[in-house]
Design a protein around this ligand. Structure first.
Ligand code: SF4
Length: 985
């Protein structure tokens, strides 16, 4: 074929010539081969069949002011034409049905089937035949009335006008290029200007009947037994899953010792495989060039566009938003300019947003974000963090803007433009490639700006947008030199590389996924030639490979493979082409199940032992172990091969011996800013003191460097949990206790039972909005438990009131913190002022906190802290005992000081923990050690040492530390052994 093209090029220098090619990469490789023989190619263009034919009608379309029908536009038009009361009414809303209808109409038009040919005898139903014929007619009339051209109409018009005739330029048609009958008719009108390029295939190679045209093909004997040239060096393998298949390809590339530019991979299903393939090649460090029509979804902007559509169709769920943010495709806020960053402005990061969404346990929905986010913000503000409230407001506003861009009803063209705006605003761009791809997706959406379809429900518009975005594909510019080529089968063969891989040869990928058409079934198609049946479509897909493979040269090694499950995890079977190749190789029956896991057809798992190079460390170790390496030999070999690991072991030994440096502050370290002593702006709560007296390295990571949240991140799956987490449940019960006691007054008696029920209902209903439950039953179960806990509390209060021992006089009392609006305490002690505490060295720290309850007894005041969990960990020796001691000592000290300052003669005579829930059985743990000054002093001793020496020595305990999985000290403080203990490991 190359020689024929060269002859034509040399003898027709001044004439325009168009070589028809299956794809861009094939054109590139044909051009390279031609350039090896000819210094320059003059007047030679490379083009696809559809582009060449459409171009021939160019002037006619301009004169008529006609427009091409854009992908997906025809579907909208057709959708309006299907009668809601007709034969197809019931199927109309079925997912995928309208798309199938659109494809059938296109195929009928491409095959030149007229409406009158659709008879009841052919379609098997009177109404169906009449309505389908009517649809064909209406659709054709609509195109004519609106000067619109789809590909079948372009072909029809070309045929009518003889558009290809007398153009004067040569059209070179390779013999192996698949054509539809009508395309062939159009091209043949070029007469002598159409040059059929020779193409030969072995006689017994398998090809579909529709391609066996005498004019274009050599004569076939009809014995279609082979699928690959007999002289090809063929190897086959099956893999347990696609990842194992790709790893085997990587091993074979390495084991071959060939330069990368001698390798090409042609996946049978590029859409399903290309992403996985290129990701694995990237991880293995193999340079590669991709020349495939990528779906939009393979890249960031297209993926975000489709995910936004799915998110809107699913009702804006929070996990969908989190997925888009954590994938890195989306950012809710633009990055700061250098000037803004230098001015100290802070932007809300995606990680912070994800944390906010998780902590607030938002389930999502059109109105499901704002209230919950603001509740989180309010709660943080009440703890003295107004900046978090500000952040929550900004996030809530941005999410609301996002949701408002998807109205309940909208015209498709308007929604395309809304999506255009959202992508412009929210896509995270991290390089030129992203910017180019974003511009392309936006251009594509802009094309639909003036689409003339009426408003429709959001779900339908989203479905349509998903369709047009899914149809969109792009060939990225590629530079194949020095790299492994990932491309189509035609281009892989034309590249003339020495090692070719054809992975993913499963049944669903290779003969195409031609399923039964619900609109024009196969029995009708048989009666309507040249409409293709599913089987004929499948054979054409096989034919595509066969015609490409026929060109494979003698010295090429070929690997044909398939995975037993597809990338989605569904079981897969080998394609007919694969079993033919197996038969050709083994010469026998080629029965797959009998051959599997034999030398002719090895089965490759995740770790394979059939090539020289291990893909990764795991496989490296495994290989050597099964080849008889002892543990010690293995370790020595391992440390020699991976010196970094050896260095890690030495560093850990140093850390364990206390010989390694622990962080010494940070660059530009301003120790004064971290000092709580004698600082009028800084105040400490009990948990703040607890944190300061914990691991200094954790404090350094959480506060000084700010690289991890200082409070432990809750990773409980909200869906599994049902409704409230432990913290939210505790807050809710605290509110019930407070509101009930305020409203009931004292003494509480049985007659207040109804009031308690009302308060439970009121507070639970409010939390239901703040934290939407997983479902009705989750809410019912959660509320019933809360009611039981509230009743337990109520019983306790009734008994206490009857005994007349104590009377509550203070609830949720704040000091050193902003007071909630409208809050009044009978004790009158709430104050935003922090309470000073003089340490033993004479310096002062300012204290803050929130006291759950103060009771008045005949002896004096008693302070109680409600606990809604189990008392066990607060008992003597329990993990929370010390923390509780400090908390109560601090409260006791603060209340005594505030009373004294006001000249109130009452004294604080005790403090303790109160467990008023069903689980806590109304237990009270009274604080035994009464010397609160001593307790606070002891806990503050040495906590500011880091200000003096700047060292943040690690100390554990690590169980509740966010850094546990990455901190090099965690293993040491947890007593974790890094040595492998036995052979079983
Ligand atoms: S993991 Fe342990 S040692 Fe490391 S920072 Fe956290 S508490 Fe400290």
């Amino acid at each position: 074929m190359i020689q024929a093209i060269l002859d034509i090029v040399r003898n027709n220098v001044t004439r325009e010539k168009t070589l028809l090619c299956p794809d861009q990469a094939s054109a590139k490789f044909i051009q390279r081969q031609l350039l090896r023989h000819e210094k320059g190619l003059i007047n030679l263009h490379f083009e696809g069949v559809a582009a060449c034919i459409s171009r021939s009608l160019g002037f006619f379309m301009i004169e008529r002011r006609a427009k091409s029908l854009k992908p997906g536009e025809g579907l909208l038009i057709l959708q309006e034409m299907v009668s809601p009361d007709g034969y197809f009414a019931a199927s109309r809303e079925m997912p995928g049905f309208m798309q199938a209808m659109w494809q059938s109409v296109q195929q009928l038009r491409l095959a030149g089937i007229k409406p009158e040919q659709l008879t009841p005898a052919i379609l098997g139903n009177d109404r169906k035949a009449a309505e389908l014929g009517e649809l064909l007619r209406k659709f054709s009339d609509y195109l004519k009335a609106n000067a619109l051209f789809d590909y079948p109409r372009i072909l029809e018009e070309c045929l009518f006008q003889k558009a290809m005739a007398g153009k004067g330029h040569l059209i070179l048609l390779p013999g192996n290029l698949p054509l539809m009958p009508i395309e062939r008719q159009v091209l043949e009108q070029a007469g002598d200007q159409l040059v059929l390029l020779p193409w030969s295939a072995p006689e017994d190679i398998h090809l579909p009947a529709s391609w066996r045209s005498e004019k274009r093909r050599v004569a076939f004997s009809g014995k279609a037994t082979a699928c690959l040239p007999n002289n090809a060096e063929l190897q086959l393998f099956a893999a347990t899953e696609p990842q194992a298949e790709i790893r085997e390809i990587i091993r074979q590339i390495r084991a071959s010792g060939l330069p990368f530019e001698q390798v090409a991979i042609a996946p049978a299903d590029p859409a399903g495989y290309a992403g996985l393939l290129t990701a694995n090649l990237g991880i293995a460090g193999i340079p590669h060039a991709v020349s495939l029509s990528y779906r939009s979804e393979e890249f960031k902007p297209g993926r975000l566009a489709m995910n936004l559509c799915r998110w809107a169709s699913d009702g804006f769920p929070a996990d969908g938003l989190i997925a888009m943010l954590s994938q890195g495709d989306m950012r809710l806020f633009r990055p700061l300019t250098k000037k803004e960053a230098a001015a100290g402005k802070r932007q809300v990061s995606s990680q912070q947003i994800i944390k906010m969404l998780r902590e607030s346990h938002i389930y999502g929905g059109r109105d499901g974000y704002e209230k919950s986010l603001l509740a989180v913000g309010d709660e943080a503000a009440s703890r003295g963090h107004p900046e978090i409230l500000k952040r929550c407001r900004r996030v809530a506003k941005a999410i609301q803007f996002l949701i408002d861009s998807f109205p309940e009803k909208i015209a498709p063209g308007a929604m395309a433009m809304n999506l255009h705006l959202l992508l412009k605003k929210f896509t995270r761009i991290s390089g030129e490639d992203d910017a180019r791809r974003l511009a392309r997706v936006k251009r594509r959406l802009e094309e639909y700006r003036n689409t003339q379809a009426a408003e429709m429900p959001l779900g339908r518009v989203m479905w349509w947008l998903l369709l047009i975005l899914g149809l969109d594909s792009e060939t990225e510019p590629f530079k194949p030199d020095g790299r492994v080529l990932v491309t189509s089968p035609e281009a892989a063969v034309l590249s003339q590389r020495k090692l070719l891989f054809f992975p993913g040869m499963s049944h669903s990928a290779v003969p195409g996924s031609a399923g039964t058409d619900p609109v024009v079934p196969d029995f009708s198609r048989k009666l309507l030639p040249p409409l293709k049946t599913a089987e004929e479509s499948r054979y054409e897909a096989i034919g595509r490979f066969s015609t490409a493979w026929a060109e494979i040269t003698d010295d090429t090694r070929i690997f044909v493979s398939f995975a037993m499950v597809d990338p989605g995890g569904r079981a897969a079977s080998p394609s007919e082409l694969f079993t033919r190749a197996l038969r050709q190789k083994t010469g026998g029956s080629g029965e797959f199940s009998k051959m599997l896991n034999t030398a002719a057809l090895p089965l490759i798992g995740h770790l394979a032992d059939n090539a020289m190079a291990a893909v990764d460390l795991c496989e490296w170790l495994w290989r050597r172990q099964i080849h008889g390496c002892s543990r010690d030999e293995l370790r020595a070999l391992f440390e020699e091969t991976y010196p970094t690991w050896k260095r890690h072991a030495a560093a850990q030994a140093n850390r364990s011996a206390g010989a390694s440096e622990v962080a010494n502050g940070i660059h530009g370290w301003n120790s004064a800013a971290w000092d709580f002593r004698d600082h009028p702006e800084r105040s400490l709560s009990a948990s703040g003191i607890d944190e300061l007296s914990g691991c200094p390295f954790a404090y350094f990571l959480g506060h000084v460097v700010g690289c991890m949240p200082s409070e432990q991140v809750d990773t409980v799956d909200a869906g599994l949990q049902g409704w409230l987490d432990a913290m939210q449940r505790g807050n809710l019960l605290h509110e019930i206790y407070e509101i009930f006691l305020q409203r009931a007054g004292w003494p509480v008696t049985e007659k207040h039972a109804g009031l308690l029920e009302d308060v439970v209902e009121e507070v639970a209903a409010r939390y239901r909005i703040l934290v939407p439950p997983a479902g009705i039953s989750a809410y019912e179960v959660g509320r019933a438990q809360i009611r039981r806990d509230a009743l337990e509390f109520f019983t306790g209060e009734c008994q206490a009131a009857a005994a007349g021992e104590a009377k509550p006089v203070g609830y949720e009392l704040f000091f050193g913190m902003t007071l909630p609006e409208g809050k009044i305490n009978p004790l009158g002690l709430d104050t935003a002022e922090a309470v000073p505490f003089k340490m033993e060295d004479g310096r002062v720290v300012r204290l803050k906190g929130k006291i759950d309850r103060i009771d008045e007894t005949s002896d004096g005041l008693k302070i109680w802290d409600y606990k809604t969990g189990s008392p066990k960990k607060f008992l003597k020796g329990g993990v929370q005992e010390e923390k509780a001691q400090l908390q109560l000592a601090l409260y006791k000290y603060a209340v005594a000081r505030m009373l004294a300052e006001r000249g109130d003669p009452r004294r604080v005579v005790g403090s303790g923990l109160y467990f008023p829930t069903e689980n806590g059985q109304r237990q009270r743990i009274v604080m035994e050690n009464g010397d609160e000054n001593q307790i606070i002093n002891e806990r503050l001793a040495g906590v500011f040492d880091f200000l003096v020496d700047g060292r943040f020595a690690a100390s554990g305990p690590c169980e509740e530390c966010n850094a546990m999985n990455l901190c090099p000290y965690a293993m040491l403080f947890n007593g974790g052994e890094e040595e492998v203990k036995g052979d079983d490991d």
